[in-house]
Ligand binder design. Structure first.
Ligand code: 2DT
Ligand code: MG
Length: 204
């Protein structure tokens, strides 16, 4: 802090910050699109620029509900389709009070998957029931197969077509740094736009 001018500037910035809420920034997409890498890089970059930003991911496997989901995804347990959909949803709802508190305190939340994955993956599964066999050496967890991811992608694209949802599409087939630059610029716009807008519903 310099002289009185510096102090005054500091006070003004502090007062301006006081009414500002954080932005909810959700990264969605199919497996291996780079969401986890990008959300980590985004939080680091925002923090380095002086924003308050924190990382969340869903499913958040550390809670009791999250452990049920982890075991289901690792194919260590079976859960009926509707029930598991509600567990994913409950896993988000159990974090809502904390998320609202952080947002209203001015913390921007960068979220690696959220409710849109819930819609895309459950409805991709409904499609799967119509097709008989699904194969692929994609990964070891449930849903990690090429055909399944293809259906989830179709569902994401249907959600994208809804003009009431404030999505921005980012082409993830470029270098990590190029994708990061675009996501960072979009996020800075979102943070500015959210600052004085009251917290609303994600989806109505
Ligand atoms: P990760 O690989 O990102 O941990 O995800 N999923 C996720 C659903 O089916 N419904 C949901 O509501 C959410 C948030 C997508 C593990 C898998 O969980 C799926 C991939
Ligand atoms: Mg995964």
């Amino acid at each position: 802090m310099g002289g009185p001018g510096g102090l005054e500037r500091w006070w003004r910035e502090d007062a301006a910050m006081a009414g500002r809420r954080g932005a909810l920034i959700v990264l969605e997409g199919v497996d291996r699109a780079g969401k986890s890498t990008q959300s980590r890089k985004l939080v680091d970059a925002l923090c380095a620029e002086g924003h308050r930003a924190e990382l969340l991911r869903f499913p958040e496997r550390s809670t009791e509900i999250g452990k049920l989901l982890g075991s289901y995804l690792e194919k260590k347990s079976e859960v009926e389709d509707h029930s598991v959909h509600l567990l994913f949803s409950a896993n988000r709802w159990e974090h809502v009070p904390l998320m609202k508190e952080k947002l209203s305190q001015g913390v921007t939340l960068v979220v690696d998957r959220y409710a849109f994955s819930g819609v895309a993956f459950t409805s991709a599964k409904e499609l799967q029931l119509a097709e008989a066999a699904v194969r692929g050496e994609f990964g070891r967890e449930r849903y990690e197969s090429g055909p399944f991811q293809q259906r989830a992608l179709q569902r994401f694209q249907q959600l994208l077509a809804d003009p009431s949802l404030p999505w921005k599409t980012v082409n993830a087939s470029r270098s990590i740094e190029d994708v990061h630059r675009e996501i960072r610029a979009l996020s800075e716009d979102a943070i500015r736009a959210a600052a004085h807008r009251p917290l609303g519903q994600l989806w109505t």
